[in-house]
Design a protein around this ligand. Structure first.
Ligand SMILES: *Cc1c(COP(=O)(O)O)cnc(C)c1O
Length: 393
């Protein structure tokens, strides 16, 4: 495969001004990923600070209820409450080794912003976060958290004032200050080498879960299921199973109000090939090929593109991508809370909803590995509102 590409997807579609920075990043990463002192230091951070390895939990009641054997990979138990910290600690440590003193990052709901501010506080880096005005309004508590952790938060009001605009602004900011700044991209998207770097740092999920499920069940799962926004928790969950052709890999996108409406973020189900944010991949586009405004109840899945490796796995039919509506996700949010006493992130609830939907059609006792990408505390007020109840803090 051509370097920096997954099939025909990926690449480095960036203005000349970025080339030095991404070449520097690729060279540094190529060097440090093989450096035992780097990998050891990262492992210690992941274990002692983030709380890895994360548990693989057999969801007994849910399994009985649905007639399958369902294991949850508990990324919700990580420090800061999601898988995002895996990538943040990797990239923040890399930035430090590269001699950078400042990181910048985009954030949608604020999960990646909070994780980045956390990693920066831990490693003594300056941190500036770009967040759309709409998102900042919806997630005021996360804005406060980032500031509390010592980060400067810039509110972005261009475009739809959401995640894609925050990414665009962070890229612009990076082009202006490349010498001392690392752009800590939060998902498996953007120009090469970001999709590879983020995939590698998140692949700790399947490195652990493959060993854990073999230990628990003595065999590989029949399917691995994860939600897909840009695709980082999903590619991390899939990575060490890609060569196991018996294992179905299933990515759950946000259908929003339905894939036949304009209020959707189901990129692989409804998108077309295009180039945006430095990569060739699938994107939700309007009739003229402009990036479409997307919608999902879940801010973490509300992105009009998808990482190039998922686009490739889709093309070669190695992974399957399904679209789950807001209603189905909210149902799953309530279901897991009552069934297992675990409040899942609304993003992760898309993956739970898929398992709920298909379990009855699978061979009995199918072995399912389901990634719980994050915890749902952040979503409670919005879920109550969705159900017509107002909550006051
Ligand atoms: C950010 C986020 C996602 C979506 O991002 P991916 O890169 O697709 O993983 C999913 N779940 C949670 C809990 C998140 O915070």
């Amino acid at each position: 495969m051509k370097s920096g590409y997954f099939g025909e997807h990926g690449g480095q579609f960036v203005p000349e001004i970025f080339m030095n920075a991404i070449i520097e990043l690729e060279q540094a990463y190529t060097r440090y990923k093989l450096d035992p002192s780097f990998t050891q230091e990262l492992k210690e951070l992941l274990d002692n600070y983030a709380g890895r390895p994360s548990r693989l939990y057999y969801a007994k009641k849910m399994s009985q209820d649905l007639g399958a054997r369902i294991y949850l990979k508990r990324e919700d138990l990580n420090h800061t409450g999601s898988h995002k910290i895996n990538n943040v600690l990797g990239q923040a440590l890399l930035a430090k080794k590269m001699g950078k003193s400042r990181i910048i990052a985009e954030t949608g709901a604020g999960q990646h912003g909070v994780a980045s501010a956390t990693g920066a506080a831990l490693l003594g880096l300056e941190c500036e976060i770009f967040m759309g005005q709409e998102d900042a309004k919806r997630q005021a508590l996360n804005v406060y958290r980032m500031r509390l952790l010592g980060a400067k938060v810039h509110i972005v009001s261009s475009g739809t004032a959401t995640l894609k605009d925050a990414v665009s602004q962070a890229l612009r900011e990076w082009s202006m200050r490349i010498e001392d700044t690392h752009y800590l991209l939060g998902s498996a998207v953007g120009p090469h080498p970001f999709p590879m770097i983020v995939r590698d740092f998140q692949s700790v999920i399947s490195l652990e879960s493959r060993a854990q499920i073999l230990q628990a069940e003595g065999k590989l799962p029949d399917m691995v299921v994860a939600c897909v926004g840009g695709g980082s928790n999903a590619i991390g969950s899939f990575h060490h199973f890609v060569k196991d052709s018996s294992v179905r890999l299933i990515g759950c996108e946000a259908a929003g109000k339905g894939i036949d409406t304009k209020e959707t973020a189901a990129t692989l189900t409804t998108g077309k090939m295009g180039i945006f944010h430095g990569m060739k991949s699938y994107f939700c586009q309007d009739e003229c090929g402009q990036i479409a405004p997307v919608y999902s109840i879940s801010a973490g899945l509300d992105y009009p593109g998808v990482g190039p490796e998922h686009a490739y796995l889709h093309d070669i039919k190695r992974a399957e991508f399904v679209a789950i509506t807001d209603d189905e996700a909210v149902g799953a949010f309530e279901y897991l809370s009552k069934m297992e006493g675990i409040i899942p992130a609304i993003e992760s609830s898309h993956a739970i909803a898929y398992v709920r939907k298909v379990a009855k059609d699978l061979p009995k006792d199918s072995l399912i590995l389901l990634t719980l990408s994050g915890r749902g505390d952040k979503d409670c007020a919005a879920m109550a509102r969705y159900k017509g109840e107002e909550i006051y803090e």
